[in-house]
Design a protein around this ligand. Structure first.
Ligand code: PHE
Length: 342
C-alpha cells in the first residue's frame, strides 16, 4: 500500500492527479481511512501496532503529497520565469523623432530676428476678401496687377454678385488689417501662407511670405535699408551683406524697389555676401498714401515702409535646397534630411 501511493505521488504530473491520490488514500472513503475504521474490531494489541503503522503511513503519504505539490509549484514558477525572461540591461530600441520642417524653422528664425528689432507678429486669414487682398492695397478691379496674381477665387452662391473671396495672393492684406486694428505708429511682421496658380521648380500653388510694416512720423527708405541689411546679416550669418535696391512698381508702395542680395555660385554652392551675382529676395517700398487712408491711418501725419519676402525662397538659399516643390511633398526621407531636430 505504501509503495503504491508513494510511487503514485512521485509520478503525478499535476495538482489534479495529486488530489485524486489524496482522496483514494486519505479521503473519507479512502483506502487508509477504511483500514482505520477496521481498528475497532481488533484486539487491543493488534490495534496498537496496526494503528501506529497506519498513522505512520498516513503521515508519510501526506508528507509526500505536500512535498510533490510544492515541487510542482516550483517547476511551474521556473517554467514561467524561463518563458517570460527579460533582459532589462539591453539598450532600448531607438525611436524615430519627428523633425521641424525647414519652413517652420525659417519662420521662427525670421520672427526672432525681427522681434529683436521691435517688430510684433500680426496675422490675417488665408481666405481673404477681394477688398483686403486688392482694393485696399490700391489695386482696383480693372488694375492689370490683378492678372499678374494668378488668383484662386472662392465660389459664390448663385445670385450673389459680390466679388468672390480669394485665397490671399500675398501677405500684404495683413498690412491693412494690422493698421486698421492698431493704428499708427506700428511695427509688425506677418508670416503666413499665400496662394497663386503657378507650378514649376521654383513655384508651388501654396507658398510662404513674410510681410514687414513700419509706420511712424518720419520713417524713410533709409530705415528700410538698415532693417533689411541687419536682417540679412543675422539670417545668413555673414559679417557683411550688400543689398541692391532696383526701382520697381507695386500699386501699394511709392516709391517701390525690388531688393537683390550680392552672392556667388562657387562649384554649384551659393555664397551670400560676396561675389558677382545678385539674387532677388524681396519687394518693398514706402507705403502708398491711399493704402494708409484705406486702413484709417492719416497719410498727412504718418508714413513708413513695407516689404514682402518669400520664406521658402530664403530657406532654399540658406540651407541649399534645390527644388521648392519638395517642400510640400511630405516625403519622409526628404524631411529627415532637411528637417531640424526639435
Ligand atoms: N506683396 C508683394 C508681392 O507679393 C510684395 C511686397 C510687399 C512689395 C510689400 C512691396 C511691399 O509680390
Amino acid at each position: 500500500l505504501k509503495r503504491k501511493y508513494l510511487e503514485g505521488v512521485a509520478a503525478a504530473g499535476d495538482e489534479a492527479a495529486l488530489e485524486d491520490l489524496r482522496l483514494a488514500a486519505l479521503g473519507k472513503k479512502g483506502e487508509i481511512s477504511l483500514k482505520m475504521r477496521e481498528l475497532g474490531q481488533m484486539t487491543p494489541e493488534q490495534r496498537q501496532t496496526t494503528g501506529a503503522a497506519l498513522n505512520l503511513l498516513k503521515d508519510e503519504i501526506d508528507a509526500a503529497l505536500r512535498g510533490k505539490k510544492a515541487a510542482l509549484a516550483d517547476a511551474a514558477l521556473d517554467e514561467r520565469l524561463r518563458a517570460e525572461w527579460l533582459d532589462v540591461t539591453l539598450p532600448g530600441r531607438p525611436r524615430r523623432m519627428g523633425t521641424i520642417h525647414p519652413v517652420s524653422q525659417v519662420t521662427e528664425e525670421v520672427t526672432a530676428i525681427f522681434a529683436d528689432m521691435g517688430f510684433a507678429v500680426a496675422e490675417g486669414p488665408q481666405i481673404e476678401s477681394d477688398w483686403f487682398n486688392f482694393d485696399a492695397l490700391n489695386i482696383p478691379p480693372e488694375h492689370p496687377a490683378r492678372q499678374e496674381h494668378d488668383t484662386f477665387f472662392m465660389a459664390r452662391a448663385e445670385g450673389d454678385d459680390r466679388p468672390p473671396h480669394v485665397l490671399r495672393t500675398h501677405t500684404s492684406p495683413v498690412q491693412i488689417r494690422a493698421m486698421a486694428a492698431q493704428g499708427a505708429p506700428i511695427r509688425v511682421i506677418a508670416p503666413g501662407r499665400v496662394y497663386r496658380m503657378d507650378m514649376d521648380q521654383t513655384h508651388t500653388p501654396m507658398f510662404h511670405q513674410v510681410e514687414g510694416l513700419a509706420i511712424d512720423r518720419d520713417i524713410s527708405m533709409a530705415n528700410l535699408k538698415w532693417v533689411l541689411e541687419e536682417f540679412c546679416r543675422t539670417y545668413f550669418e555673414v559679417p557683411e551683406v550688400e543689398l541692391r535696391f532696383r526701382a520697381s512698381h507695386f500699386p501699394f508702395t511709392e516709391p517701390s524697389a525690388e531688393v537683390d542680395i550680392r552672392c556667388s555660385w562657387e562649384g554649384g554652392q551659393l555664397k551670400i555676401g560676396q561675389g558677382d551675382s545678385w539674387m532677388e529676395i524681396l519687394g518693398s517700398g514706402m507705403v502708398h498714401p491711399k493704402v494708409l487712408s484705406a486702413a484709417g491711418v492719416d497719410p498727412a501725419e504718418w508714413q513708413g515702409f513695407a516689404f514682402g519676402m518669400g520664406i521658402d525662397r530664403i530657406a532654399m538659399l540658406k540651407y541649399g535646397i534645390p527644388d521648392l516643390r519638395a517642400f510640400f511633398e511630405s516625403d519622409l526621407r526628404w524631411l529627415r534630411h532637411y528637417g531640424f531636430s526639435a
